[in-house]
Design a protein around this ligand. Structure first.
Ligand code: HEM
Length: 487
């Protein structure tokens, strides 16, 4: 018996030693012999991706600090590097990258869905087509302003009310049922699982494991049962609306379409391969990807303007003048639109690296070689603060930079914006976001005296997530007596 126990324990010791040696060999390979071994970065990150995952779980921004410490290129995981510069080809003439073809997206992405959105639904999302929805936004703002008016100067959460404002614009739903928190939880989980593709597949196969895995990873468990990035209460009614609308329109027209759903059905009538389920999926994913992103931008815009009394006064003057300025312009011509662009520059809704994969022959960048399959990413929020590109004051809020008239720096600001992602793989809903933000901001300043309180350190405490938002700020909308509500 003693002999048996002895044999068993020797066996366990052998297994333990083999496992330990294997782990040590993997760690040594990754640190010393891996093709990315020469890259600067935290040693633990070079050994295991868990270094990065932990940072995301504790929700503290870390990428800017890494660049400050290690320079423009940082190894963030065994096979992944961050870059404050250009990991993806931005345009065919871009001299900052030595890549000759656009890079594929990293494992985070579902390429099939992306390509579907771009190719089939593209015509519905052009700026010229979306112009037809301007009156709807103006009408929605009439309702929003009436609702804000009824708050009678009560202090409320900025994030909550900007979320409600966007939902009214996109969905004509005048409330969010307090579901913003579910969205924050959804994006925390998605960001972590997006970096663990194998685990994500496993959880899709065995959803009953989710609650244990979330518990182990200390991820929020609260979630919308539909789990698709939509507030829980909105998902069922949205799906119901989409199904009803998509089955009740008989002869959909693109030219005279009442809404995006009708226009997508008209596209489908001409392109039978664009199945009904795709059209519905596109309309649904547009709401899912559009409500919190646009809401997040509005929060940043209001917080930035209203914590700067001089700028706020100038914005109010413009917005209360005879002609309301359009607050989102490609080339800002007013202080209002300069403030909007500057707030969105500093607070991108993405504060995690957008990843791409090095192409077949690898890629030379910043003096390093990245072999095929290396994941390369750039964090749009860090990128916007690149001092080499945008000047030594890149991390300061200076709307005047957009009005400087300095052609070179304006072109740099325009050309190297990752606000809506990298060019050919950018956000399909950006024109809608521009339209909504451009019309919402001046209407708020025209109708209300706005006071915002941002908690200490608020602007820089932006959780590292694929979607993120300034949280904790409070807002007061005091109705102006001499202004027609919603005007
Ligand atoms: C200010 C508001 C917005 C910002 C800053 C924003 C930004 C982004 C970014 C950075 C991406 C990822 C691009 C990449 O991976 O390279 C994205 C994807 C996406 N956006 Fe937006 N977005 C906004 C509003 C909207 C709106 C209003 C819609 C809907 C009409 C929308 C629909 C989408 C969709 C469907 C995707 C996913 C594309 C994919 O599958 O890769 N977005 N957005």
């Amino acid at each position: 018996m003693a002999l048996l126990i002895h044999a068993a324990s020797t066996q366990w010791i052998a297994i333990f030693i083999t496992c330990a040696l294997s782990l040590i060999s993997i760690a040594a390979y990754r640190l010393l012999f891996h093709p990315l071994a020469a890259l600067p970065g935290p040693k633990l990150a070079a050994i295991s991706r868990w270094w990065q995952i932990r940072k995301i779980i504790i929700a503290k921004p870390y990428e800017l600090a890494l660049h400050d410490k290690y320079g423009p290129v940082v190894r963030i995981a065994p096979n992944e590097a961050y870059n404050i510069s250009f990991p993806m080809r931005l345009s065919p003439t871009d001299s900052h990258t030595e890549s000759s073809t656009p890079l594929d997206k990293g494992p985070w992405y579902d390429m099939a869905r992306y390509q579907l959105i771009r190719r089939s639904g593209g015509p519905a999302f052009t700026a010229s087509n979306l112009k037809r929805y301007e009156p709807k936004v103006v009408e929605a703002m009439q309702r929003v302003c009436e609702r804000l008016d009824r708050l009678k100067g009560e202090e409320v959460e900025t994030s909550e009310w900007m979320h409600i404002t966007v939902l009214d614009n996109i969905l004509e739903q005048g409330h969010n049922w307090g579901d913003l928190e579910l969205n924050v939880a959804f994006w925390r989980r998605s960001t972590v699982l997006g970096h663990l593709p194998t685990l994500r597949v496993l959880l899709n196969l065995f959803p009953m494991l989710k609650k244990y895995v979330f518990w182990v990873l200390r991820l929020p468990t609260k979630h919308s049962k539909d789990g698709i990035g939509l507030p829980a209460h909105i998902a069922p009614s949205l799906l119901g609306q989409l199904i009803h609308r998509s089955t009740s329109i008989e002869n959909p027209s693109f030219e005279n379409g009442q809404d995006l759903m009708e226009q997508l059905l008209a596209i489908r009538a001409k392109k039978p391969k664009f199945e009904l389920v795709y059209a519905r999926g596109m309309a649904g994913s547009s709401v899912a990807a559009g409500h919190d992103t646009t809401g997040s931008s509005l929060v940043s815009i209001l917080c930035r303007i209203c914590t700067n009394p001089d700028l706020q006064r100038r914005v109010e003057q413009e917005c209360r003048g005879e002609r309301m300025p359009l607050a989102y312009e490609d080339r800002p011509s007013t202080i209002t639109s300069a403030c909007v662009r500057e707030a969105m520059r500093l607070q991108h809704v993405t504060n995690i690296s957008l990843s791409r994969v090095a192409p077949r022959d690898g890629l030379h960048l910043h003096g390093y070689f990245f072999p095929e399959g290396t994941i390369l990413g750039v964090n749009p929020t860090s990128f916007a603060r690149n001092k080499d590109l945008f000047g030594p004051d890149a991390d300061e809020f200076k709307p005047e930079r957009w009005l400087s008239g300095d052609e070179d720096s304006l072109r740099t600001l325009e050309r190297y914006s990752l606000l809506f992602g990298g060019q050919s793989r950018s956000c399909p809903g950006q024109n809608l976001a521009r339209l909504i933000i451009g019309l919402v901001v001046p209407r708020l300043f025209r109708n209300f005296d706005i006071e915002v309180k941002v908690p200490e350190g608020g602007f820089d405490n932006f959780p590292p997530q694929f979607w993120t938002m300034l949280s904790g700020s409070k807002i007061i909308f005091v109705p102006r007596q001499d202004s027609p509500v919603g005007g």
